[in-house]
Design a binder for this molecule. Structure first.
Ligand code: ARG
Length: 472
């Protein structure tokens, strides 16, 4: 599309700019279109206004403006916030960004007094503050949503303590485990996700105002007061770093990526488990979709989409890492690219968390199918080797013997517990009747009361602890 050349009526064209003074010409239309972030950073309006209100109180306390002036500004900002909340505010697409849009609206309400608010502040420290407030709120919601999913999982684990299924390695049947142990493995993953967001918060909750453009401000700003007003734990210690740091966003994107990776793996298992081949779970009709051509189909679209969206979140992390990698100190406009990545991550991850929790709340298990699966595939082979070790055989020898027994059983088209004692004795004379106790899947599980193992007592204990952990 052809772009209009610079326009002559500068006065008119600079109306929306917060930096018009040193310019002789109006801005080319392509600059406005390319440079503006208002289309997406309007998302930050409540944080921007909250930051401005705290900053304004501080300016008044420091006598940089009068109490009366501050009151007028704060009242007007509160009004603007209300208009934005109610969707009544018409965002001027010509405003460059949310900071300019709010300032313009403020001047519209209180006249040139509104122009005092930016004293000692730059959009560089302002945007850092806004994004920090935004990420802090997002972390709060993430943690609450992760807890909801943990509760759903713990509920499932508690309600299905009697079910067993094959545990897999390499997606090959390996050893019998309690379903609850499997579900509590998901809980551990989510616990680490929560910890990552909590860790992230330490780097997010630091107040940058006072850094101004990059070198700090000449005004006697009470930075600690602003931090306190806005609930920050600390203030930034280097103005140059403060305006150029987006590590806290990157960490958030990484924590989100790891969480998505976990949800994707859970989704993958739901897809596999709901297949006819496995048939371990039933997803409710209400959470599945059909096919436009194959009348029999019931497809697990929700977990598939969670798995699919994971790529997008990784993309945002890699995109911002790449954006940041070549930037000299301090602020560079490249950094404006952090926002769409961040906003989409928050929206997507929140939705995925909600969907996964719904799925876990409504999923049901086919205990019979799982038990059947445990019976086939020689899942007790390790226990049989352990049994022989109990008779004094070294583990390597026992492993070799049981390997041979498995081969024999395969040839005979039998499972291990279908071999009679005579057959077993041909491999090792020390086999006795009690060997069958080592071949029963329920007993294989019971024998694993080691800390962190699938033994029922241990799993019940972990279940209790896990419940308590969520409430802390
Ligand atoms: N829209 C900008 C951003 O998101 C705000 C900061 C702009 N600062 C500046 N000096 N142009 O990064």
């Amino acid at each position: 599309m052809a772009t209009k050349k610079s326009k002559s009526n500068k006065e008119n064209l600079m109306d929306n700019k917060v930096w018009g003074g040193r310019f002789r010409e109006g801005t080319d239309e392509i600059v406005d279109r390319f440079n503006a972030s208002i289309a997406f950073d309007r998302n930050l309006y409540s944080q921007d206004i909250a930051g401005s209100i705290a900053y304004c109180r501080m300016l008044a306390k420091q006598e940089i403006m009068s109490q009366e002036e501050a009151k007028q500004i704060i009242d007007a900002l509160t009004e603007i916030k209300g208009e934005m909340d109610r969707g009544e505010f018409s965002f001027d697409e010509a405003s460059e960004d949310i900071h300019g849009a709010v300032e313009k609206a403020l001047v519209g309400k209180v006249g040139s007094l509104g122009e005092k608010l930016h004293t000692g502040r730059s959009r560089n420290d302002q945007v850092s503050l806004d994004v920090r407030l935004y990420v802090r709120e997002a972390i709060g919601r993430m943690i609450a949503l992760i807890k909801d999913m943990q509760r759903a999982l713990i509920g499932l684990a508690e309600g299905n303590l009697d079910l067993i299924l094959p545990g897999y390695t390499h997606l090959q049947r390996a050893q019998p485990v309690l379903l609850s142990h499997h579900l509590l493995a998901y809980n551990e993953m989510l616990k680490r996700d929560r910890q990552r967001f909590q860790e992230n918060l330490k780097r997010v909750n630091i107040m940058p105002l006072g850094s101004a453009a990059l070198a700090g401000s000449t005004f006697d700003l009470d930075r600690a007061m602003v931090a306190k007003e806005l609930g920050f734990d600390e203030i930034t210690k280097n103005s140059m770093d403060a305006v150029s740091d987006r590590d806290f966003v990157l960490e958030f994107l990484f924590a989100s990526s790891a969480l998505m990776m976990h949800m994707s793996r859970m989704s993958e298992e739901m897809v596999i488990w709901s297949s006819q081949e496995f048939g371990f779970i039933n997803l409710p009709d209400a959470l599945c979709t059909g096919s436009s051509i194959m009348p029999q189909k019931k497809n697990p679209d929700l977990p598939e989409l969670v798995r699919g969206k994971t790529g997008r979140i990784y993309g945002h992390l890699i995109a911002l890492l790449t954006t940041m990698k070549g930037l000299p100190l301090t602020y560079n406009k490249d950094m404006q690219e952090d926002k769409e990545a961040l906003f989409d991550t928050v929206d997507t991850v929140e939705l995925c968390l909600t969907v996964m929790t719904r799925l876990f709340e409504e999923i049901s298990f086919d205990g019979e199918r799982m038990r059947e699966a445990v019976k086939k595939g020689y899942l007790a082979a390790t226990d049989l080797a352990d049994y022989l070790v109990g008779k004094g055989v070294t583990f390597r020898q026992a492993h070799e013997k049981v390997g041979k027994i498995v081969l024999y059983a395969m040839d005979e088209k039998k499972e291990l517990d279908q071999l009679n004692l005579e057959e077993l004795k041909t491999f090792d004379e020390q086999m006795e009747k009690d060997v069958y106790e080592w071949l029963d899947p329920a007993l294989c599980i019971k024998r694993r009361e080691i800390h962190g193992g699938t033994g029922p007592k241990g799993v019940k204990k972990r279940l209790k602890e896990a419940k308590r952990e969520i409430e802390t």
